[in-house]
Structures are given as C-alpha cells and as structure tokens.
Design a protein around this ligand. Structure first.
Ligand code: SF4
Length: 288
C-alpha cells in the first residue's frame, strides 16, 4: 500500500520561541562563567530543556536563588510583574525573552485595566503565560478556559469588564465568549485582540490536513498547551490523532493500517524532532 505523508508547513518553532532561544544562546555566549537561569522553563519542550540543562542553564523555582552577579532570562511566556520587580530590586541582570506578542498582551491589559473594570481572561488558569497576564490587571480578574466555565462565574451585570485571551487560544471560542458577555453581562465590554495569528494559522493548516488524512500525528511537549490544543483541533475533524513527543512513541503496526498520515507540531517543537519523525514515516513501507 502506498502511504502518503503530509507535513504541515507551519509545524515547529514560532517567531516568539525562535527569538527566546536566540536570546538564551546569546546570553550563554556573552555571559560565560556567570550563572544563567531561566525562571520556569524557557519553552515547553523537554528535549530542548535537556539541551540547555547540559549547557549549564538552570531553571529556578525559588526567586531568592539568583544573586546580583547572576543572569536571569525571562521565558517566552513571560513572568508575573511582581516577580520581575523583585528581580529588578535585587539588581539581578535580566534578559527579557518574553515573546513580543505576549508582551503586547501584557501591556494592553495594563493599559485597559482599572480598579473599576475587571479582567475576563480566556485561558488556562495554571498556565505561566496566564499567571503573567493577570498580574498586569488592577481590578478583579476572572480566568476561565471555556464558555461553560465562564457561565459558572458570579459576574455582576452592574460591573464593567474587559475581555482578553491567552495568546494561544481559539478565536472562534473567543468570539462566542465575547457575544455571550456583551449580551448577558456587559454591553460595553471592551475586547482586546491578544490572540496570536501563528496559532490560528497552525490550527487552520492542521484542520485542512486532518480532512485529507485518516491518521494525524501532532508532535510537541505533553505540557505544551498550544500542542495539546492543536491535537484537539485535528481530532475534532473525526480522525484518530496521536500527540507524541518523540518517534519512539509511534507504533509501526498501527501506522501500517493508514494510507494517509498527517504530521504537524506545536510552536515549541524543534525542527530536528519533526524531521526525525517525518523521515521515519517516509521510511515505512510505501511511504512517500
Ligand atoms: S505562539 Fe505566538 S504568542 Fe506564543 S510564543 Fe509563539 S509567536 Fe509568541
């Protein structure tokens, strides 16, 4: 059986991730001999993190760990404002590798927030980007990951709100949430455009490929939110979809059953892993 493999053009690093890793590489070059830390993982990919750990980059969890002569690189997802302020006060050298689009979302939230206007943030409550975003708001903040969960919140139609999203969220859902809030809670709701197009384009291509294949592989860290959503978007097209981190998770016997296989990857998946899996799929009997 001939096996057709379709590789997504949008698979792999987005601009924000490439930029963050470039800044980390430059820091390693420029600050040889100094301790280099990232506050939380620089990106959500275990293979990339292993590489940097072997080069001496430490992930700090305790804010007191770095000393004034040390360098802290802020990850692509950004960090809470209070944390950044603590580091600055302690005169730790900071290299800000926050993705420019996440930075824009943080600053938009800061600009539109006031004590009497509360933030409605469509995002994953425990995601580091979301923890960073809410720190830029002054009033109350409400974080929810679906319209259903927003409906469970105790929102008051006498109060004013503004709506934003984690950069990697789904635009259609965001639109439905906006409609709901404007209709039921706050007709004057302000809506901030914080969703990143890299995610939308990647998701649209995944949908398009998923419609042409009978099996889909989505590659990326299991803890990567954008990869998990990418897998869901593909699966919603009614095909079997596997979210994997490396080639070793694939079962050749399972793959042998499928004539058309689609392959895409999240924004924090390095090229060498995607290429490794693509070559493996091409090497299967009938692969092309
Ligand atoms: S997905 Fe978009 S917002 Fe997130 S790091 Fe990449 S470019 Fe930045």
């Amino acid at each position: 059986m001939t096996k057709k493999i379709i590789l997504a053009q949008t698979a792999g690093f987005c601009m924000g991730v490439s930029l963050a890793l470039r800044k980390l590489d430059q820091a390693l070059e420029k600050h040889r001999g100094q301790n280099i830390y990232t506050l939380g993982p620089i990106i959500h990919n275990p293979q990339v993190l292993e590489k940097y750990a072997s080069l001496g980059v430490n992930i700090i969890k305790d804010i007191d760990q770095p000393q004034p002569q040390d360098v802290v690189v802020i990850r692509a997802h950004g960090i809470p404002l209070e944390t950044e302020n603590i580091l600055r006060k302690r005169q730790i050298q900071i290299i800000d590798a926050t993705c420019p689009k996440v930075k824009k979302a943080q600053l938009l939230i800061q600009k539109h927030s006031s004590l009497s206007k509360h933030l409605l943030l469509y995002g994953e409550p425990d995601h580091p980007e979301v923890r960073g975003l809410v720190s830029y708001a002054q009033g109350k903040t409400y974080v929810f990951d679906s319209l259903e969960n927003l409906q469970k919140l105790n929102l008051n139609s006498n109060e004013h709100y503004f709506l934003a999203a984690q950069t990697t969220q789904d635009r259609k859902q965001f639109y439905a949430i906006k409609q709901f809030v404007q209709k039921k809670i706050d007709p004057y709701l302000e809506v901030l455009d914080t969703i990143c197009d890299a995610t939308k384009n990647r998701q649209e291509e995944a949908v398009q490929i998923a419609r042409q294949v009978d099996f889909m592989i989505v590659v990326g860290g299991k803890n990567s939110g954008n990869t998990r959503r990418l897998a869901k978007v593909a699966q919603d097209q009614g095909i079997t979809c596997m979210h994997i981190e490396t080639k070793e998770e694939l079962n050749p016997l399972e793959l042998a059953k499928h004539a058309k296989i689609g392959l895409t990857a999240g924004a924090s998946t390095p090229d060498f892993i995607i290429q490794d899996i693509y070559n493996f799929l091409l090497s299967l009997p009938g692969g092309k």
